[in-house]
Ligand binder design. Sequence first.
Ligand code: G3P
Length: 218
Amino acid sequence: MKFFIDTANLDEIKEANDLGVLDGVTTNPSLMAKEGITGTDNILNHYVKICSIVDGPISAEVIATDFDGIVQEGEHLASLHKNIVVKVPMIADGIKAIKYFSSKGIKTNCTLIFSAGQALMAAKAGATYISPFLGRLDDISTEGVQLIAQIRGIYDNYAFDTEILAASVRHPMHIINCAEIGADVATVPLKAIKALLNHPLTTSGLETFLADYAKGNA
Ligand code: G3P
């Protein structure tokens, strides 16, 4: 399973990249705003900065919601760097635009997926990735991971190439559940990536090993 980091914070992106296990980055307009990145030029520059840190797919989201606008904006985003993946919302004009981008060899990430039907439509349009939002389904008392399993089954039935990019991942168990189901990618906040490293028996075991070494080499 590939790990993407879900943030626009450059320090967090660098820290995750330094771990050596990072495959890509996803952002969205809310994550950009959280970092105080506003205005088209600043946002575009920020994508370029992210691309200079991580050598992997970097999702950059369009703001337009009409076909012509999505195509224009997406082509501009794709021209910024070879690793840019154009993130397009799951709406009718978004699906048309994904089909267009697919025919032009521009990679896409269809975002705001909350149902298997939406995932099927995005795959039919040729999306490179789809982003089902697990945490936001959990927020409304619906099992987000069940949606991932349902989509995995559908994509496997027809050998769709579209990759399932589990998003709105909030904690380590989401990551483990996605790995068990066979999600292709999980995009995760830094805190959840780091939480995977920890176990109290690892901590206490290492303390004991170091203490015993110190005793024997005092
Ligand atoms: O990848 C999508 C993600 O940024 C949304 O996460 O926690 O706002 O639902 P959240």
